[in-house]
Design a protein around this ligand. Structure first.
Ligand SMILES: *Cc1c(COP(=O)(O)O)cnc(C)c1O
Length: 354
C-alpha cells in the first residue's frame, strides 16, 4: 500500500481536445507543451498530441528529448536560445527558435555556421514582455531574411487580453499593420484567441490550456467549449473526526465548527501541489458528492466537510479536480487560474496514464 494520492492523465481527453482545435481552425497546430505539458508529462502528452504539426516549449533539453523520442514535427523554443552554446544544438536537432531580443541577434551574427535555422520573429504589439518593438521590425526582418544562419521566418505575437472583454482588436490591428509588407507565415493565437477570434488563426495557432481541457474564460466552461478535463487529481480520506461546536480544525484553527459535525482528512496538501491559499469553501468531491474544504491546507493533508455524507469514511475517494470538478472552479476559489494548479503538481504525486 502507498499514499492514496494520484494524478490520472486521461489521454483520450487530450486527443479529444486536439480534435476540438482542429475543427475550429484550419491552421497548423503548434501544441504548447511547456512546463512539462502543463504538468501532464511531456512525452506522454506529446504522444497523445502527435497529430499536431508542431510542439512549443522552453527548454532545449526537453526539445532534444522530444526529437530523441522520434517526434518529427516542428519543435519551437518559445523564448529562443539563452546562450550561444545552444546554437549548434538547434542545428543538430532541427529545432526552431523564437528571436525576441537584440542579444539573440548578436549571438546569431557571431555564430560561424551557415544554415537554415527556422526563426519565429517575436513582435511586441502591447504585451510588453518579449519581442521587438514596432520600430525595430523592418530592420530585424531585413537582417533575418539575408542572414547566413537562418531559414524561414515566421512572424508572431502574443495577446495580453484574449481571455477578457478587452479582446484582441488593438493588438491584432497593430500586428497586421506591422507585418502587411512581408510574405511570411504568421502566428498569433493562444487558446482564448483561437476559441473566440477566428481572425487571429493565420498559419499557426498555439493552443495550450484548452488542450488540457480547461477553459481560458471566466464566463464559459470547458464543457460548453467541448473540452474534456485531462488531469484528474484524487486521493482518499485517511481520517474522520467528530467535532463539537467550538472545535477548530488545522493550523491556526482557522475553521471553527458552530455545531457538531464530521470532518474528513484527505491525503493531499500543498507539497502535492494543492494551493495552500485555497480558503474554506473551496469545492471538492467526496465519493462523487460535492462538498468544501475547511481551514488551512497543510503540507500533506487538508480537511473537508462531511456534513450530509454519513457514508463517507476512511478510504472514501476524494477528487481535488478533474472530471466532475473543473480545475478552473478550484482555481477561482483559491484566487488563481487553472494553469497554475496544473503546473504546480509536484514530483511526489504518482501519475498514471489511461
Ligand atoms: C503559453 C503560451 C501559449 C499558450 O497559451 P494558452 O493560454 O495556454 O493557450 C501560446 N503562445 C505563447 C507564446 C505562450 O507562451
Amino acid at each position: 500500500m502507498s499514499r492514496p494520492i494520484q494524478a490520472r492523465i486521461d489521454l483520450s481527453a487530450l486527443r479529444n481536445n486536439l480534435r476540438v482545435v482542429r475543427r475550429l481552425a484550419s491552421s497548423r497546430i503548434m501544441a504548447v507543451i511547456k512546463a512539462n505539458a502543463y504538468g501532464h508529462g511531456l512525452l506522454r502528452a506529446a504522444e497523445a498530441l502527435d497529430e499536431a504539426e508542431g510542439f512549443a516549449l522552453l527548454d532545449v533539453r526537453d526539445a532534444i528529448a522530444l526529437r530523441e523520442a522520434g517526434f518529427r514535427q516542428t519543435i519551437l523554443l518559445l523564448e529562443g536560445f539563452f546562450t550561444a552554446d545552444e546554437l549548434p544544438l538547434l542545428a543538430e536537432y532541427e529545432l526552431s527558435t523564437v528571436i525576441h531580443s537584440p542579444q539573440q541577434l548578436a549571438m546569431l551574427d557571431a555564430y560561424p555556421r551557415r544554415g537554415t535555422l527556422p526563426v519565429w520573429l517575436k513582435i511586441n504589439t502591447g504585451m510588453n514582455r518579449l519581442g521587438f518593438g514596432p520600430e525595430q521590425v523592418p530592420a530585424v526582418m531585413e537582417r533575418l531574411k539575408s542572414h547566413p544562419a537562418t531559414g524561414e521566418v515566421t512572424l508572431m505575437t502574443h495577446f495580453a487580453h484574449a481571455d477578457e472583454t478587452e479582446g484582441v482588436a488593438e493588438q491584432l490591428e497593430h500586428f497586421k499593420g506591422l507585418t502587411a509588407a512581408y510574405r511570411a507565415p504568421r502566428s498569433l493565437a493562444n487558446s482564448a484567441a483561437l476559441l473566440r477570434y477566428p481572425a487571429t488563426h493565420a498559419e499557426w495557432v498555439r493552443p495550450g490550456i484548452m488542450l488540457y481541457g480547461a477553459s481560458p474564460f471566466a464566463d464559459t466552461s470547458a464543457q460548453q467549449l467541448g473540452l474534456q478535463p485531462v488531469m484528474n487529481l484524487s486521493s482518499e480520506l485517511i481520517s474522520v473526526c467528530e467535532l463539537k461546536a467550538g472545535d477548530r480544525v488545522g493550523y491556526a484553527g482557522l475553521f471553527r465548527a458552530d455545531r457538531s459535525m464530521r470532518v474528513g482528512t484527505v491525503a493531499c496538501g500543498y507539497a502535492d501541489g494543492y494551493p495552500r491559499h485555497a480558503p474554506t469553501g473551496t469545492p471538492v468531491l467526496v465519493a462523487g458528492q460535492r462538498t468544501r474544504i475547511l481551514g488551512r491546507v497543510s503540507m500533506d493533508m487538508l480537511s473537508v466537510d462531511l456534513g450530509g455524507m454519513p457514508d463517507a469514511d476512511i478510504g472514501s475517494r476524494v477528487t481535488l479536480w478533474g472530471a466532475g470538478l473543473p480545475v478552473e472552479e478550484v482555481a477561482a476559489a483559491a484566487g488563481t487560474i487553472s494553469y497554475e494548479l496544473l503546473c504546480a503538481l509536484t514530483a511526489r504525486v504518482p501519475v498514471v496514464f489511461s
